[in-house]
Design a protein around this ligand. Structure first.
Ligand SMILES: [Ca+2]
Length: 359
Protein backbone atom coordinates (compact mmCIF):
# COMPACT_ATOMS: atom_id res chain seq x y z
CA UNK A 1 0.00 0.00 0.00
CA UNK A 2 2.82 2.35 1.01
CA UNK A 3 4.60 1.67 -2.24
CA UNK A 4 1.38 2.34 -4.12
CA UNK A 5 1.04 5.80 -2.46
CA UNK A 6 4.73 6.51 -3.15
CA UNK A 7 4.22 5.65 -6.81
CA UNK A 8 1.21 7.92 -6.97
CA UNK A 9 3.17 10.77 -5.39
CA UNK A 10 6.03 10.28 -7.81
CA UNK A 11 3.58 10.26 -10.70
CA UNK A 12 2.01 13.49 -9.47
CA UNK A 13 5.44 15.07 -8.95
CA UNK A 14 6.52 13.93 -12.38
CA UNK A 15 3.35 15.30 -13.91
CA UNK A 16 3.90 18.57 -12.06
CA UNK A 17 7.49 18.85 -13.28
CA UNK A 18 6.49 17.97 -16.81
CA UNK A 19 3.71 20.58 -16.84
CA UNK A 20 6.12 23.19 -15.43
CA UNK A 21 8.75 22.48 -18.08
CA UNK A 22 6.08 22.49 -20.75
CA UNK A 23 4.90 25.90 -19.59
CA UNK A 24 8.41 27.33 -19.66
CA UNK A 25 8.98 25.87 -23.10
CA UNK A 26 5.70 27.30 -24.33
CA UNK A 27 6.39 30.65 -22.72
CA UNK A 28 9.70 31.00 -24.51
CA UNK A 29 8.14 29.92 -27.76
CA UNK A 30 5.57 32.69 -27.28
CA UNK A 31 8.14 35.32 -26.42
CA UNK A 32 7.26 38.65 -27.99
CA UNK A 33 9.67 41.56 -28.24
CA UNK A 34 9.09 45.31 -28.49
CA UNK A 35 10.90 48.59 -27.88
CA UNK A 36 9.57 51.10 -25.38
CA UNK A 37 10.84 54.38 -24.00
CA UNK A 38 9.99 56.74 -21.18
CA UNK A 39 11.75 59.62 -22.93
CA UNK A 40 11.22 59.25 -26.71
CA UNK A 41 8.03 60.55 -28.42
CA UNK A 42 5.25 57.95 -28.74
CA UNK A 43 5.70 55.84 -31.91
CA UNK A 44 3.08 55.69 -34.63
CA UNK A 45 2.43 53.50 -37.66
CA UNK A 46 4.59 55.72 -39.88
CA UNK A 47 7.44 56.09 -37.43
CA UNK A 48 7.96 53.04 -35.22
CA UNK A 49 10.28 53.44 -32.27
CA UNK A 50 13.82 52.66 -33.39
CA UNK A 51 15.52 53.20 -30.05
CA UNK A 52 14.42 52.25 -26.56
CA UNK A 53 14.49 49.70 -23.78
CA UNK A 54 13.92 46.15 -24.95
CA UNK A 55 10.78 44.55 -23.52
CA UNK A 56 9.55 40.98 -23.72
CA UNK A 57 6.18 39.37 -23.06
CA UNK A 58 5.37 35.70 -22.43
CA UNK A 59 1.59 36.14 -22.22
CA UNK A 60 0.69 37.51 -25.64
CA UNK A 61 1.30 41.12 -24.68
CA UNK A 62 -0.72 41.22 -21.44
CA UNK A 63 2.37 42.05 -19.39
CA UNK A 64 5.84 43.20 -20.44
CA UNK A 65 9.22 42.95 -18.72
CA UNK A 66 12.67 44.39 -19.38
CA UNK A 67 15.98 42.50 -19.69
CA UNK A 68 18.98 42.36 -17.35
CA UNK A 69 22.08 40.84 -18.89
CA UNK A 70 25.77 40.78 -18.07
CA UNK A 71 26.36 40.41 -21.77
CA UNK A 72 24.27 42.99 -23.58
CA UNK A 73 26.29 43.91 -26.66
CA UNK A 74 25.70 44.75 -30.31
CA UNK A 75 25.37 40.99 -30.89
CA UNK A 76 22.21 40.84 -28.76
CA UNK A 77 21.12 44.20 -30.22
CA UNK A 78 21.40 42.87 -33.78
CA UNK A 79 19.03 39.99 -32.92
CA UNK A 80 16.43 42.38 -31.44
CA UNK A 81 16.60 44.71 -34.46
CA UNK A 82 16.39 41.73 -36.85
CA UNK A 83 13.36 40.27 -35.05
CA UNK A 84 11.58 43.65 -35.17
CA UNK A 85 12.40 44.15 -38.86
CA UNK A 86 14.35 47.30 -38.01
CA UNK A 87 17.72 46.37 -39.50
CA UNK A 88 20.86 46.39 -37.37
CA UNK A 89 21.91 47.68 -33.97
CA UNK A 90 23.96 50.87 -33.88
CA UNK A 91 23.91 50.93 -30.07
CA UNK A 92 23.22 48.31 -27.40
CA UNK A 93 23.86 49.15 -23.76
CA UNK A 94 22.56 48.51 -20.27
CA UNK A 95 21.34 51.86 -18.98
CA UNK A 96 18.46 53.87 -17.50
CA UNK A 97 18.24 56.17 -20.55
CA UNK A 98 14.83 54.81 -21.58
CA UNK A 99 13.48 53.79 -18.17
CA UNK A 100 14.78 51.77 -15.25
CA UNK A 101 14.11 48.41 -13.63
CA UNK A 102 12.31 50.02 -10.73
CA UNK A 103 9.37 51.15 -12.86
CA UNK A 104 9.96 48.56 -15.60
CA UNK A 105 10.91 45.30 -13.82
CA UNK A 106 13.01 42.66 -15.50
CA UNK A 107 11.14 39.83 -17.17
CA UNK A 108 14.26 38.08 -18.47
CA UNK A 109 17.83 37.83 -17.16
CA UNK A 110 21.09 36.53 -18.55
CA UNK A 111 20.38 36.57 -22.28
CA UNK A 112 23.37 35.77 -24.46
CA UNK A 113 23.26 35.69 -28.28
CA UNK A 114 25.72 34.78 -30.98
CA UNK A 115 24.22 37.53 -33.11
CA UNK A 116 23.06 35.35 -36.01
CA UNK A 117 19.77 34.25 -34.39
CA UNK A 118 16.52 35.26 -36.05
CA UNK A 119 14.74 35.81 -32.74
CA UNK A 120 15.70 36.58 -29.15
CA UNK A 121 14.12 33.32 -27.97
CA UNK A 122 16.77 31.41 -29.92
CA UNK A 123 19.53 32.97 -27.80
CA UNK A 124 20.89 31.13 -24.78
CA UNK A 125 20.46 32.16 -21.18
CA UNK A 126 23.33 32.27 -18.70
CA UNK A 127 23.21 29.14 -16.50
CA UNK A 128 23.24 31.08 -13.22
CA UNK A 129 21.32 34.20 -12.26
CA UNK A 130 23.70 37.02 -13.27
CA UNK A 131 25.26 38.70 -10.25
CA UNK A 132 24.66 42.18 -11.68
CA UNK A 133 20.88 41.65 -11.67
CA UNK A 134 20.34 42.59 -8.03
CA UNK A 135 18.10 45.13 -6.38
CA UNK A 136 20.73 47.88 -6.61
CA UNK A 137 21.00 47.69 -10.38
CA UNK A 138 18.43 49.85 -12.13
CA UNK A 139 19.81 49.29 -15.64
CA UNK A 140 17.78 47.67 -18.39
CA UNK A 141 18.93 46.54 -21.83
CA UNK A 142 18.47 49.16 -24.54
CA UNK A 143 19.06 49.20 -28.26
CA UNK A 144 19.03 51.59 -31.24
CA UNK A 145 18.29 50.14 -34.69
CA UNK A 146 19.33 51.48 -38.10
CA UNK A 147 18.26 50.26 -41.53
CA UNK A 148 21.78 50.36 -43.00
CA UNK A 149 25.01 49.33 -41.36
CA UNK A 150 28.72 48.95 -42.00
CA UNK A 151 30.25 45.48 -41.92
CA UNK A 152 33.97 44.97 -41.41
CA UNK A 153 35.44 41.85 -42.99
CA UNK A 154 38.96 40.72 -42.16
CA UNK A 155 41.08 39.65 -45.13
CA UNK A 156 42.16 36.13 -44.09
CA UNK A 157 44.55 35.39 -46.96
CA UNK A 158 46.27 38.77 -46.59
CA UNK A 159 47.58 37.68 -43.18
CA UNK A 160 48.91 34.36 -44.41
CA UNK A 161 50.54 35.73 -47.57
CA UNK A 162 52.30 38.59 -45.80
CA UNK A 163 53.39 37.12 -42.44
CA UNK A 164 57.09 36.83 -41.56
CA UNK A 165 59.44 37.12 -38.60
CA UNK A 166 61.65 40.21 -38.46
CA UNK A 167 64.57 40.94 -36.14
CA UNK A 168 64.70 44.63 -35.26
CA UNK A 169 67.02 46.50 -32.86
CA UNK A 170 65.22 48.54 -30.21
CA UNK A 171 66.93 51.68 -31.46
CA UNK A 172 64.53 51.51 -34.43
CA UNK A 173 61.49 51.09 -32.21
CA UNK A 174 61.39 54.40 -30.35
CA UNK A 175 57.99 55.33 -31.73
CA UNK A 176 56.63 51.82 -31.26
CA UNK A 177 57.74 51.81 -27.64
CA UNK A 178 56.05 55.14 -27.08
CA UNK A 179 52.81 53.62 -28.35
CA UNK A 180 53.19 50.37 -26.35
CA UNK A 181 53.63 48.18 -29.43
CA UNK A 182 56.32 46.02 -27.84
CA UNK A 183 55.98 43.65 -24.90
CA UNK A 184 56.62 44.89 -21.37
CA UNK A 185 60.02 43.25 -20.88
CA UNK A 186 61.46 45.51 -23.62
CA UNK A 187 61.14 48.54 -21.37
CA UNK A 188 63.27 46.81 -18.70
CA UNK A 189 65.88 45.51 -21.16
CA UNK A 190 66.22 48.95 -22.78
CA UNK A 191 67.77 50.35 -19.59
CA UNK A 192 70.82 48.09 -19.82
CA UNK A 193 70.87 47.18 -23.53
CA UNK A 194 69.25 49.90 -25.65
CA UNK A 195 70.11 48.18 -28.96
CA UNK A 196 68.83 44.70 -28.01
CA UNK A 197 67.04 42.81 -30.79
CA UNK A 198 63.27 42.28 -30.74
CA UNK A 199 61.57 39.48 -32.67
CA UNK A 200 58.48 40.82 -34.39
CA UNK A 201 55.87 38.74 -36.19
CA UNK A 202 54.83 41.13 -38.95
CA UNK A 203 51.79 40.77 -41.20
CA UNK A 204 49.31 42.87 -43.17
CA UNK A 205 45.71 43.37 -42.14
CA UNK A 206 42.99 44.24 -44.63
CA UNK A 207 39.70 45.54 -43.23
CA UNK A 208 37.03 45.67 -45.96
CA UNK A 209 33.70 47.34 -45.44
CA UNK A 210 31.24 44.90 -47.04
CA UNK A 211 28.21 46.61 -45.48
CA UNK A 212 25.87 49.22 -46.96
CA UNK A 213 26.88 52.15 -44.72
CA UNK A 214 30.28 53.73 -44.10
CA UNK A 215 32.44 52.82 -41.12
CA UNK A 216 32.53 55.94 -39.00
CA UNK A 217 34.83 56.26 -36.01
CA UNK A 218 33.15 55.75 -32.69
CA UNK A 219 34.34 58.94 -31.04
CA UNK A 220 33.53 62.50 -32.04
CA UNK A 221 36.46 63.89 -34.04
CA UNK A 222 37.05 66.54 -31.39
CA UNK A 223 38.01 63.69 -29.06
CA UNK A 224 40.43 62.07 -31.51
CA UNK A 225 43.91 61.69 -30.14
CA UNK A 226 46.92 63.21 -31.90
CA UNK A 227 49.88 60.84 -32.08
CA UNK A 228 53.00 62.92 -32.57
CA UNK A 229 55.16 59.89 -33.28
CA UNK A 230 53.16 58.69 -36.25
CA UNK A 231 51.90 62.19 -37.12
CA UNK A 232 48.22 61.37 -37.37
CA UNK A 233 45.03 61.25 -35.32
CA UNK A 234 43.76 58.05 -33.79
CA UNK A 235 40.00 58.08 -34.08
CA UNK A 236 39.16 55.10 -31.90
CA UNK A 237 40.83 53.30 -29.03
CA UNK A 238 40.81 49.69 -30.14
CA UNK A 239 40.22 48.93 -33.80
CA UNK A 240 42.02 45.60 -33.90
CA UNK A 241 43.84 43.11 -31.69
CA UNK A 242 46.68 40.73 -32.62
CA UNK A 243 47.42 37.93 -30.15
CA UNK A 244 49.39 34.70 -29.99
CA UNK A 245 47.93 31.80 -27.99
CA UNK A 246 49.39 28.42 -27.14
CA UNK A 247 47.47 25.26 -28.04
CA UNK A 248 45.70 25.35 -24.65
CA UNK A 249 44.38 28.76 -25.65
CA UNK A 250 46.47 30.67 -23.14
CA UNK A 251 47.71 34.01 -24.44
CA UNK A 252 51.52 34.04 -24.75
CA UNK A 253 52.00 37.31 -26.66
CA UNK A 254 49.83 40.29 -27.30
CA UNK A 255 50.11 42.81 -30.06
CA UNK A 256 49.08 46.18 -28.72
CA UNK A 257 45.43 47.04 -28.98
CA UNK A 258 45.86 48.87 -32.23
CA UNK A 259 44.12 52.16 -32.92
CA UNK A 260 44.50 53.02 -36.56
CA UNK A 261 44.03 56.06 -38.68
CA UNK A 262 40.98 54.89 -40.67
CA UNK A 263 40.96 55.62 -44.42
CA UNK A 264 39.97 54.25 -47.84
CA UNK A 265 43.13 52.50 -49.06
CA UNK A 266 41.46 50.71 -51.99
CA UNK A 267 37.90 50.60 -53.35
CA UNK A 268 35.76 48.33 -55.52
CA UNK A 269 35.30 49.35 -59.15
CA UNK A 270 32.91 52.30 -59.34
CA UNK A 271 33.24 53.28 -55.67
CA UNK A 272 34.96 56.60 -55.05
CA UNK A 273 37.19 56.84 -51.97
CA UNK A 274 36.08 59.50 -49.49
CA UNK A 275 38.19 59.15 -46.40
CA UNK A 276 41.80 60.18 -46.00
CA UNK A 277 43.80 60.01 -42.84
CA UNK A 278 42.80 63.60 -42.04
CA UNK A 279 41.87 65.26 -38.79
CA UNK A 280 38.14 65.12 -39.55
CA UNK A 281 37.99 62.70 -42.47
CA UNK A 282 38.45 59.21 -41.10
CA UNK A 283 36.34 56.20 -41.94
CA UNK A 284 35.95 53.37 -44.47
CA UNK A 285 33.43 53.83 -47.29
CA UNK A 286 31.05 50.95 -48.04
CA UNK A 287 32.80 49.06 -50.86
CA UNK A 288 36.29 50.16 -49.80
CA UNK A 289 39.00 48.65 -47.63
CA UNK A 290 41.67 49.97 -45.34
CA UNK A 291 44.93 48.06 -45.67
CA UNK A 292 47.53 48.11 -42.91
CA UNK A 293 50.69 46.91 -44.55
CA UNK A 294 53.22 44.72 -42.75
CA UNK A 295 55.84 47.43 -43.24
CA UNK A 296 53.93 49.90 -41.03
CA UNK A 297 55.08 50.62 -37.52
CA UNK A 298 53.26 48.55 -34.89
CA UNK A 299 51.81 46.17 -37.49
CA UNK A 300 53.13 43.15 -35.59
CA UNK A 301 53.08 41.00 -32.47
CA UNK A 302 56.25 41.16 -30.37
CA UNK A 303 57.14 37.45 -29.90
CA UNK A 304 60.62 37.94 -28.40
CA UNK A 305 59.76 36.11 -25.16
CA UNK A 306 57.62 33.35 -26.71
CA UNK A 307 59.29 29.91 -26.25
CA UNK A 308 60.75 28.70 -29.57
CA UNK A 309 60.13 25.43 -31.46
CA UNK A 310 56.45 25.27 -30.67
CA UNK A 311 53.19 25.61 -32.54
CA UNK A 312 50.88 28.47 -31.64
CA UNK A 313 47.69 30.21 -32.76
CA UNK A 314 47.85 33.72 -34.19
CA UNK A 315 44.48 35.40 -33.69
CA UNK A 316 43.49 38.70 -35.31
CA UNK A 317 40.22 40.52 -34.56
CA UNK A 318 38.61 43.68 -35.92
CA UNK A 319 36.33 45.77 -33.68
CA UNK A 320 36.91 43.30 -30.81
CA UNK A 321 35.19 45.45 -28.20
CA UNK A 322 32.00 45.87 -30.23
CA UNK A 323 32.22 49.65 -30.30
CA UNK A 324 31.16 49.91 -33.98
CA UNK A 325 27.76 48.68 -35.12
CA UNK A 326 28.05 46.03 -37.85
CA UNK A 327 25.75 43.78 -39.85
CA UNK A 328 27.67 40.75 -38.63
CA UNK A 329 30.55 39.87 -36.31
CA UNK A 330 31.05 36.46 -37.89
CA UNK A 331 33.58 37.81 -40.40
CA UNK A 332 35.67 39.93 -38.02
CA UNK A 333 38.30 37.44 -36.91
CA UNK A 334 40.86 34.96 -38.16
CA UNK A 335 43.08 32.30 -36.65
CA UNK A 336 46.29 31.00 -38.20
CA UNK A 337 48.76 28.32 -37.25
CA UNK A 338 52.09 29.75 -36.17
CA UNK A 339 55.06 27.44 -36.32
CA UNK A 340 57.53 29.48 -34.28
CA UNK A 341 61.20 28.50 -34.41
CA UNK A 342 62.54 31.91 -33.43
CA UNK A 343 64.38 31.95 -36.78
CA UNK A 344 63.50 34.24 -39.68
CA UNK A 345 63.85 31.56 -42.35
CA UNK A 346 61.85 28.81 -40.70
CA UNK A 347 59.05 30.57 -38.76
CA UNK A 348 55.81 30.04 -40.66
CA UNK A 349 52.21 31.29 -40.54
CA UNK A 350 49.84 28.90 -42.31
CA UNK A 351 46.23 27.64 -42.47
CA UNK A 352 44.53 30.96 -41.70
CA UNK A 353 40.79 30.49 -41.22
CA UNK A 354 37.92 32.88 -40.65
CA UNK A 355 36.64 33.00 -37.08
CA UNK A 356 33.88 35.02 -35.45
CA UNK A 357 34.61 37.39 -32.58
CA UNK A 358 34.73 35.60 -29.25
CA UNK A 359 31.41 35.73 -27.40
CA1 LIG B 1 31.76 42.24 -39.62
Amino acid sequence: MESHIASLLLLLLGFGLCTCQLNIYNNFRNMQVRLASSTAPAPNANQPLREGRVEISFDNGVSWGTICSTHWTLREGNVVCRQLGLGYASMATSSTKHGNSNTNPWGLVGTRCRGTERKLLECSREPTYPAVCDAHNRNVSTVACVSKSADLELGVSDIEISAYLALVPMTQLTCAMEENCVSKDAYVIRRTNPSAIRKLLRFSVKASNVGNADVSPYANYKDWEWHQCHMHYHSMNVFATFDVYNKRYKKVAQGHKASFCLMDSECNLGVAPKYTCGNTTQGITAGCADVYSHVLDCQWVDVTTVPVNNKYILRVELNPEYVLGEKSFENNGAECELDYTGEVLTTRVTRCKRKPLLV
